[in-house]
Design a protein around this ligand. Structure first.
Ligand SMILES: [Zn+2]
Length: 384
């Protein structure tokens, strides 16, 4: 992948290329940010830039043999480490055992996240790990001479999965052998070992602008009608935008408004019916539904704390949101947000969706009992 193909992140690209020009490129750096901001594509482009035999000041050539190998993730001086799972009864595994799956994951969507990767590996909620054996392998591999390039590059994706085993790599990360560059990536800075963070230059990725995301989605043949709505919800996260495009028929948001009506009416049979309807959606659509709900609730927080602000929602949904924002307290809105975030977490781990949604309905419907003035909200007519 060339820098040109990486969405956004122009400051980081510029910083990386100019520091190589000036011979002050850090030996070890860590890219921090959500997967959907593109830390992995940026790391892949940096690797190809370093390996290219004919690079310009700002990008790899894309045509030399090194570029071809790097672009196909088969360059012998480009090493990958990432969380893996150990199939039942197998010997301990390293990233090498999953290279075929990894390459196809990168070809499919390098903005994808760890949950999507773990599903590719096992299809269930197995916990991934960068194992002790993997760390031993890294130390061994980097001890060897490079094969054909002046650089040897070690990518470690989702460095928060290194856990204590990461301490085996400290010496190498602090002072890699000549020509060796470590590029780590992580989403949750607080979960990365401090001993590792302190030895890396820290680079933070930033949200990708709407125009770039739209352009990318157009290439994936997303209907133009959906684009504005998707980028509005995705807030700079390309992967989220891609997930939203693969959800069928969500974007009328009709279903979300329907759920709010069910919650308001608190009819148990309707709640059960709604959970059944939700459970029949595909996994991506379920996530998209909840993600849309989060966007709606975040807009509601803005509205509740600054009444009169122009909501970042289409007209019909705006009207509904403003009405509901007057019925719930700010505190309840925050609780609803926490509940939906937790639901997305559970969905990614294959929870029982029917039970999950019914439970959400029961909890959230209680918020409609008392409005923020302490009056019985059911006296107010809700008409969304
Ligand atoms: Zn090249």
């Amino acid at each position: 992948m060339r820098f040109e193909q990486v969405l956004g992140q122009s400051e980081l690209k510029q910083m990386i290329t100019s520091s190589l020009q000036e011979d002050r490129l850090a030996h070890s750096f860590i890219l921090l940010g959500p997967a959907g901001y593109g830390a992995l594509p940026l790391a892949l482009a940096t690797a190809q830039f370093l390996l290219c035999k004919n690079r310009s000041e700002t990008d790899a050539c894309g045509e030399c043999s090194s570029c071809h190998k790097a672009a196909n993730y088969i360059h012998p001086d480009l090493h990958f480490s990432f969380p893996t799972i150990k199939p039942k009864g197998s010997k301990p595994v390293t990233s090498l055992d999953w290279m075929k799956e990894w390459r196809s994951f990168l070809h499919k969507n390098p903005y994808a996240n760890i949950h999507e990767w773990l599903i590719d590996l096992g299809g269930d909620n197995k916990q991934g790990n960068i194992t002790r054996d993997e760390c031993v392998r890294i130390v061994k591999t980097l001890g060897l001479k490079s094969f054909e390039s002046e650089y040897k590059i070690q990518l470690i994706w989702m460095a928060e999965y290194l856990a204590k085993e990461g301490n085996r790599l400290l010496k190498l990360i602090e002072e890699p052998p000549p020509g060796t560059v470590f590029i780590l990536m992580a989403e949750q800075e607080q979960k990365v070992l401090n001993t590792i963070l302190s030895r890396c230059q820290i680079l933070r990725t930033t949200p990708i602008n709407d125009a770039d995301i739209k352009e990318h989605l157009r290439k994936l043949e997303t209907p133009d009608d959906d684009l504005d709505r998707i980028v509005r919800i995705a807030k700079g996260d390309v992967n989220l935008a891609i997930q939203l495009t693969s959800a069928e028929g969500l974007f009328g948001a009709d279903m979300w408004l329907k759920w709010l009506r069910v919650l308001y009416k608190k009819n148990p049979l309707e709640m059960v019916d709604f959970s059944d309807e939700f459970a029949r959606l595909g996994r991506e659509s379920q996530k998209a539904f909840l993600t849309y709900g989060l966007h709606f609730l975040h807009e509601m927080v803005r509205q509740q704390s600054h009444p009169g602000l122009q909501p970042n929602l289409p007209k019909v949904e705006s009207v509904a949101m403003v009405k509901i924002s007057q019925m719930l307290s700010l505190n309840h809105t925050f609780q609803a947000i926490a509940l939906l975030e937790k639901s997305i977490y559970h969905l990614e781990r294959y929870a029982n969706t029917k039970v999950l949604m019914l439970d959400n309905s029961i909890r959230l419907s209680k918020f409609f009992d008392i409005n923020k003035e302490g009056q019985d909200a059911s006296q107010k007519k809700m008409n969304v």
